[in-house]
Design a protein around this ligand. Structure first.
Ligand SMILES: Cc1cc2nc3c(=O)[nH]c(=O)nc-3n(C[C@H](O)[C@H](O)[C@H](O)COP(=O)(O)OP(=O)(O)OC[C@H]3O[C@@H](n4cnc5c(N)ncnc54)[C@H](O)[C@@H]3O)c2cc1C
Length: 469
């Protein structure tokens, strides 16, 4: 008797416009790889879909056979959800079409797009879709979970800028979700992750931005707590056009960093101003006058340069582990704990990333989308980044210990896209008062939990697909 996966292979063979790969195929090694080497897996089949019909075929056949199935856009899930062992991967990397309507400032992009594919196409019209800060990140995973980036304070989360989705459901049918059609699904897809089906197209709002002012600097150890306190007090009153992020880390061993500082704890500042450069420079003057920053740069850069500025800091194939949370206010004791932790960080590329949201993202009511709480503006992401598997335990332990000491000061809630794969117990925390409504939508569109490789919202056990939602 054939196994379920052999059955799936036989049924899919010759049926796709794209490719179907098995472990002995030439392209398999490349197609199998995902961004986080900690989550490497060996799927039995990879269906590189070329179009929506391929996605429908793959879903129908895999669901009928009961085969474990992962869905992949950019493969950047920190938790490794876009791959699996012995199952099927529905890989959307051949579906990267983007179209732009300059007049109406609207765009459409396919479910396999990377952020960079969208930026390049929209910038040809002087427009942008607000997304994340690394261009090789997949757009689908990012947008479906929420999506923060340089433009969040000015134009909201990525999901706030989506006006419609086209999605393949667990039974292979194609549905549209927007404010008029399938409004509950439209609500759920803006923050609820990949729980409901495979999104094949996003219809989005675009905004005019072509260049921004960027300031970067490193604050020495003595200045870290002073700058963090100032940042915490300053950002709640800052204009939406200003984004000021701080990363606590060890100073890199690069030419522009003073020799005595290399490998020492620093706060790395990124200050972005989206608007009139003269006004932006006044904000930069103020921020860069705090303490004695070094390796200071300030320039006006193109939007595409901004979006690729951090690409090399987070390469594919390294080992990553993360834990994240929100603070309503950032207490002095938390600042001290982070500073203290830096003295024992095991890897020079690990970072404590701090961002302040607020602005347009905070002005959307918490009931309007499934995305988690918008009332806690300080986001912290503890991101360990190392290369040698023998150092896994030390790096994971460092993140867990720091998270444990910071956790009592955090507000409840977590951003699903900054969670690791060992945090299922925190998924209800991510959605809290939105949880029951999400379970209803999940039960309607995916009653058997076919789409379960994600920060999972399980359907009701007895749910059967019926009626309208
Ligand atoms: C280097 C790096 C930088 C990042 N920067 C940011 C940032 O600036 N802002 C931010 O908000 N987040 C950021 N993130 C987190 C990011 O949002 C998540 O890692 C996100 O999951 C990446 O999306 P992806 O499409 O690459 O993921 P994948 O690994 O392909 O998929 C992630 C999840 O989404 C599901 N999924 C993927 N495509 C679809 C689809 N078409 N339909 C339905 N479900 C789908 C998958 O099944 C899986 O559960 C970053 C991550 C990395 C690794």
């Amino acid at each position: 008797m054939k196994s379920a996966i052999e059955e799936t292979f036989s049924s899919l063979k010759g049926r796709l416009h794209g490719d179907l790969l098995r472990p002995h195929d030439e392209d398999y090694a490349h197609a199998r790889s995902i961004w986080n080497a900690m989550a490497a897996r060996t799927p039995a089949l990879i269906a590189r879909c070329a179009d929506v019909a391929d996605v429908q075929t793959a879903v129908r056949i895999a669901a009928a056979a009961g085969v474990l199935t992962a869905v992949r856009c950019g493969g950047h899930s920190l938790a490794g959800f876009s791959t699996c062992d012995r199952g099927l991967v529905i890989d959307l990397s051949r579906m990267r079409q983007v179209s732009v309507d300059r007049e109406s400032r609207r765009g459409r992009f396919a479910g396999g797009c990377l952020l960079g594919s969208i930026d390049v196409a929209t910038q040809q019209h002087g427009l942008v879709f607000p997304s994340g800060v690394v261009s090789h990140t997949g757009a689908s995973g990012l947008v479906l979970g929420g999506g923060f980036g340089w433009l969040t304070r000015l134009h909201g989360l990525s999901c706030d800028n989506v006006e419609g989705f086209t999605m393949v459901t667990a039974d292979g049918s194609l549905v549209r979700a927007n404010a008029r059609e399938n409004a509950e699904l439209f609500w759920a897809l803006r923050g609820g992750g990949g729980n409901f089906g495979v999104v094949t197209e996003f219809e989005v709002k675009l905004h005019p931005v072509t260049a921004v002012v960027v300031g970067e600097a490193l604050c020495r150890g003595d200045d870290i707590s002073g700058v963090l306190r100032h940042w915490r007090n300053f950002m709640p009153e800052a204009p939406d056009k200003l984004k000021w992020n701080l990363n606590l880390r060890l100073a890199p061993n690069t030419e522009n960093v003073p020799v005595d500082l290399r490998g020492r704890p620093v706060a790395s500042e990124s200050i972005i101003w989206i608007g009139d450069p003269e006004e932006g420079h006044r904000y930069l003057d103020h921020i860069l006058s705090l303490g004695k920053p070094v390796a200071v740069t300030r320039k006006v850069v193109s939007y595409l340069a901004l979006q690729t500025m951090a690409d090399n800091e987070f390469p594919h194939g390294r080992r990553y582990y993360t834990k994240s949370g929100y603070f309503k206010s950032l207490e002095d004791s938390s600042i001290e704990r982070m500073e203290q932790a830096l003295t024992t960080v095991p890897s020079p590329t690990t970072q404590i990333e701090l961002a302040y949201l607020g602005g347009a993202a905070a002005r959307i009511a918490s009931t309007e989308t499934a995305f988690g709480d918008r009332r806690s503006p300080f986001v912290i992401n503890l991101l360990a980044n190392w290369s040698d598997a023998s150092e896994d335990a030390a790096n994971v332990a460092w993140i867990r210990n720091l998270f444990k000491v910071l956790r009592p000061s955090m507000a409840p809630g977590v951003y699903v896209n900054f969670m690791s794969g060992d945090e299922d117990d925190r998924v209800p925390e991510a959605y809290r008062e939105r949880w029951d409504r999400l379970v209803e939508v999940k039960s309607h569109y995916d009653p058997t939990n076919f789409f379960r490789l994600n920060q999972n919202i399980p359907p009701k056990k007895t749910a059967a697909k019926s009626g309208n939602l």
